[in-house]
Write a protein that binds this ligand. Structure first.
Ligand code: ZN
Length: 43
């Protein structure tokens, strides 16, 4: 599953445990699926 950081827009694969952007540290991602894009907010 691929996540896209909503801050820097980079794609992050395999987020396990801590959902956090390795590039900017942002914690809000959009879940990318073949047909559906869902917004995921990690706390
Ligand atoms: Zn980011």
């Amino acid at each position: 599953m691929t996540f896209m950081c909503l801050k820097c827009g980079k794609k992050v694969d395999k987020l396990e445990g801590r959902i956090r952007c390795p590039f900017c540290g942002y914690r809000i991602f959009s879940k990318q699926k073949p047909n559906i894009i869902r917004r995921v907010i990690a706390r």
